[in-house]
Design a binder for this molecule. Structure first.
Ligand code: 0RA
Length: 669
């Protein structure tokens, strides 16, 4: 449901309120019927409203509630939002906004609060003068959260009074009641997700804290806190507070921590045109990557959109003009591509748009075409002045742009060599690949397996009809530290490219494009040992996919296999266990009978190599029993951020490479 509409609707209701007239219990009017039907629809098809019923959907409930509080902040009435994870994984969100109106609406015969909490699609006039988080990407409204909770309690402080109402699966347990006085205002909602709806009801501290931190940067001046009552230390629950005065400039510093900076402090842009607010912060570091986070009405737009296009356009044009005017590009024999201007750029682009249109597969892309020009103009105005006032830093950026262009040409040569060679060697498939017989990409899977020996076991254990095996030798190249041309020369990475059937070419603007039309498998499974080394290798491979084959992650083609951690045995009986809980349960079950605890044997699987082919098939490869983790762009993004923070501290070897490798450089410059 479009919650912003609900809020406006309520606002209108609130202005024509009757002061708490008695409720006619027997009156089953249109309002009631709509409410019940709506709640039923949500419970029947929760995925349609909150995306999924896995951990992601579970966390979505929290975003829905918090978004409403953030709207209240954007409207100028709320300075504090507190989030609490209780021991039983129920959640409290508390804000000090105006409080949801509680008065009765005559026609609907229910309080405004009850309407917010129970009615889907409550219509109304869209208020174009305010930006709404909840009208954007999430925007199904708090009534969905209510419908999917076995219990929800709303506590409202307003007009000097304290009100409450409780619900079960969205159905009110009683009418709103006045239970006392209050000397402040605000809304507090506590809900318990329904375990019959959700696959897991366990909240992750890190997932919640990441988003709270992000919201603190996006809303400078807003105080947020996250308390976890499940984690007690010295009698106190774990609590983290988030507050930012510097806003996006601090966000960029946070994203770039550990990286060597090219300019003193982030460039911070703010402006407004035609009711569209623009805020951008940017910094250049010595890495090779472009990292742009973008937001519309405080919601992350993962697929970018017109605001990001406007930003890129401004960067490309301004630096191009600046470099041309200063004669800095004179010696270059080839054109500079747009992406050369953005190598090592970290930026956050945030816009507030009254009526955002979202496009794309996951509705994560801003579509409003007018925004491109607006962002481009606002950024250009400020960047122009910055360039004039900071010539030394500007020169440093241009130098990096020239290096980026030169390295891109060297990489192209290396890539073309590799891709040409593949064409020459018959099938073009790597010798180490044990391919499957199926030629249907949708039905085919490829396992990237750590180590030759585990690769051998996987080859014996697989179903060769649809499962291909590609063993990787030890650790693959660290793409964070390596120059791009090295990537294409690396044996393991070459094998991944050719086995998958994807290639990289350049478009007319010299920008790299990944061609995945010939992708040979729609499931690409990373299979590593369940230990520290194994998870390091998973991170390496994920970083590689994120940097060089992002579309595969975006399309949901990348998976991580989950081998079991233990085998618990008693006589001929055995059970595989994937976590501590299962291990304890298995031991308990087997200890009951004859022989007791002593007859139970526990084997800890340290590596894939400890399993035989049959065991590996049963536990990790058989589609009927295996557990796969599908990699989302969020996982990859986080892997990438953590990774570059850990690895990115060194001055990259780029300049040394260019100087030492004057062969290419001479040809090209
Ligand atoms: C409708 C109207 C008004 C505020 C709200 C809803 C409101 C909703 C939520 C949800 C979480 N926190 C919230 N805070 C406020 C405005 C009522 C007025 O004019 O006083």
């Amino acid at each position: 449901m479009d919650a912003s509409k609900t809020l406006i609707f309520l606002y209108l209701c609130a202005m024509t309120l009757d002061k708490n007239p008695p409720r006619d219990k027997g009156n089953y009017d249109a309002g009631n019927i709509t409410a019940l039907e709506g709640l039923e629809a949500v419970r029947k098809r929760p995925g349609m409203y909150i995306g999924s019923t896995d951990s992601k959907g579970l966390h979505h409930l929290v975003w829905e509630v918090i978004d409403n509080s953030i709207d209240e902040h954007l409207a100028g009435y709320c300075s504090h939002i507190d989030l609490i994870i209780h021991k039983d994984n129920s959640i409290t969100v508390r804000d000090n906004g105006r409080g949801i109106p509680t008065g009765m609406h005559e026609k609907l015969q229910k309080s405004a609060l009850e309407v917010v909490m129970t009615v889907l699609h409550a219509g109304g006039k869209f208020d174009k003068d305010t930006y709404k988080v909840s009208g954007g990407l999430h925007g199904v409204g708090v009534s969905c959260v209510n419908a999917l909770s076995i219990h929800l309690r709303a506590e409202i402080r307003r007009e000097g009074r304290l009100f409450e109402q409780e619900y079960s699966k969205g159905i009110p347990s009683y009418d709103v009641r006045d239970i006392g006085t209050s000397d402040d205002t605000g809304t507090q909602i506590t809900f318990t997700p329904d375990p019959e709806i959700f696959e897991s009801t366990e909240y992750k501290f890190e997932t919640l804290s990441t988003r709270m931190r992000e919201q603190a940067y996006l809303n400078s001046g807003l105080h947020l806190s996250l308390t976890d009552e499940r984690q007690i230390e010295k009698g106190e629950p774990r609590i983290e507070r988030f507050f930012s005065e510097g806003g996006l400039a601090e966000f960029v510093q946070y994203l770039d921590q550990g990286k060597s900076k090219l300019i003193e402090k982030p460039i911070h842009v703010t402006g407004k045109e035609d009711n569209v607010e623009v805020e951008v912060a940017m910094q250049y570091n010595t890495s090779f990557q472009e990292t742009i986070y973008s937001y519309v009405n405080n919601i992350n737009t993962r697929e970018g959109g017109t605001h990001v296009n406007g930003f890129r356009r401004a960067i490309n044009r301004l630096f191009k003009t600046y470099g041309d005017d200063a004669g800095l590009f004179k010696k270059l024999k080839f054109a500079i591509a747009g992406e050369d201007f953005r190598e090592g750029l970290t930026a956050v682009v945030s816009v507030k748009v009254p009526e955002p249109q979202f496009k794309g597969q996951t509705k994560g892309e801003l579509g409003n075409s007018e925004v491109t020009g607006i962002v481009s103009r606002v950024v250009s105005d400020i960047l122009k002045h910055w360039l004039e006032e900071n010539p030394t830093e500007a020169k440093r950026i241009i130098d990096k742009v020239i290096l980026a262009a030169t390295a891109r040409h060297a990489a192209r040569k290396a890539r073309e060599m590799v891709q040409r060679k593949n064409v020459l060697t018959g099938s073009g498939l790597p010798g180490k690949l044990s391919d499957c017989s199926s030629k249907d990409p949708e039905a085919s899977e490829i396992y990237l397996v750590e180590g030759d020996s585990a690769g051998g076991t996987a080859k014996q254990g697989r179903d060769r009809m649809f499962q291909a095996i590609l063993p990787l030798r030890g650790k693959i190249l660290n793409v964070e530290k390596a120059m791009e041309h090295k990537i294409y020369e690396n044996e393991e990475i070459k094998n991944i490219f050719t086995a998958l059937g994807v290639s990289i070419t350049e478009n007319d603007y010299g920008e790299r494009v990944l061609n995945i039309e010939k992708l040979r498998y729609h499931k690409v499974v990373i299979m590593c040992d369940a230990d520290v080394d194994g998870s390091h290798i998973v991170t390496l491979i994920l970083t590689f996919f994120f940097r060089y084959m992002r579309e595969l992650v975006q399309n949901g083609y990348i998976y991580i296999a989950q081998p079991p951690l233990y085998l618990v045995k008693k006589g001929k009986q055995f059970r595989y266990c994937w976590n501590e809980e299962e291990r304890v349960a298995a031991i308990a079950a087997y200890s009951e009978g004859k022989g007791g605890e002593n007859s139970v044997k526990i084997q800890r699987y340290k590596g894939l190599g400890e399993m035989n082919a049959e065991q590996l098939w049963e536990t990790t490869m058989d589609p009927d029993t295996r557990i796969f983790q599908q990699v989302t762009i969020d996982d990859a993004l986080e892997a990438d951020r953590v990774f570059s923070m850990l690895m990115g501290d060194e001055v990259p070897p780029r300049r040394a490479f260019i100087e030492a490798n004057a062969k290419y450089a001479k040809v090209d410059i």
